[in-house]
Design a protein around this ligand. Sequence first.
Ligand SMILES: [Fe+2]
Length: 445
Amino acid sequence: MQNPYLDGNFAPVELESTVNELKVTGHIPQELTGQLLRIGPNPIKPDPATHHWFLGTGMVHGLQLRDGKAQWYRNRFVRDDDLVEEKGWPSVAGPKNELQLGGGLANTNIIYHAGKRLAVVEGGNLPVELDCSLETVTRTNFAGTLPGGLSAHPHLDADSGELHAAVYSPLWDYVQHVVIGAQGDVIRAENISVPGQPMVHDCMITQNYFIVLDLPVTLSMEAAEQGAPLPYHWNPNHNARVGLLPRRGSAQDISWHEVDPCYVFHPMNGYEDSQGRVVLDVVRHPRMFASDTLGPNEGTATLDRWIIDRDKTKVCESRLDDEGQEFPRISECLTGKPYRYGYCVTLGAGFSVGGLIKHDLQAARKQTYSEGAARMFLEPVFVPKPGATAEDDGWLMAFVYDSESNTSDVVILEAADIETGPIATIHLPVRVPFGFHGNWVPAID
Ligand SMILES: [Fe+2]
């Protein structure tokens, strides 16, 4: 049976490689010293009949830049128990949770916090620490301070250095607000009762609130009993709502606000306006895992604005952009704060990625940048320039897959004007599968 999530650039790559000689077109900025990392699933022996895109051993891909040069590209498996057994490799160090998805895989995001590179995933698995060469070091529960698993989308409060995450597990009837301090230990874990076991992929913060997305994709016991590897399906009987939890409040302090049924993997950002209302910009899918239960493929994902008033039961919804798009990013020092610019990839039917979009939300304008249908951009990452004062004074970096050459590049654009095209393109001799998320790590080996 054919599975679209194993075809083309969704397909896993077999080899770990290290490439020290990389061809560059243009000039890499001298100030860009660090590593551009990204991650995705790279399943070892997937069953095409049941394989879900979100599953499979993680693989991290990294590009190290220094002094205007591309020093290396390398890709490494993020080791889990199933992988090391299959390969005959040494066991993975560190603690192990009671319920591990896929042998403790970590395949959805790679973040850098308190000096550590962490591969992370939702649903109950522990983070996996990698070293600066992207080799697996250990699973970690932050010196025993993490009660369960983590999330693929912790968000950094740039003022406090704290990471905020919404953690869920198929074993829990609650969503946990986890805060990891700047030193890398969990300093808060508050259980919010949420019946129905929804899939909670992401979250957001504002100055005063932690935002919980309780949307109608829920654990299906029927699908689980039938052996679905990821038994979370669209559930029209589950109410769609958004919760505002005061950041240091107890679970009873949360207020819930209704939205029209939909699914949101990723907010772009959230903030409080002058009237104290929460403004939440989201990439909104009309449904999720309803007709296609193997990957996200339920119609156009739009950029929407939700305005949430603590005194009102309904969220005020409006559409900012009806073009299909996903993987929203911003200048992350503004997470939770008023902001002007956001960056996405365009998204067509069947989760087909294309070019880049830069939104100017203040002027209600956008720029787009494409290199043609054969070149497919993955999630962009914004890196501010040293000493920047303008919000978009920085670089936008993205991996691009070229379907004609079957290889990938990394493109660096001036974020202030993406339409002028790349200032540098670093050519890789291999392809980087579509995967999910990544970040710029301003530290090197
Ligand atoms: Fe995500």
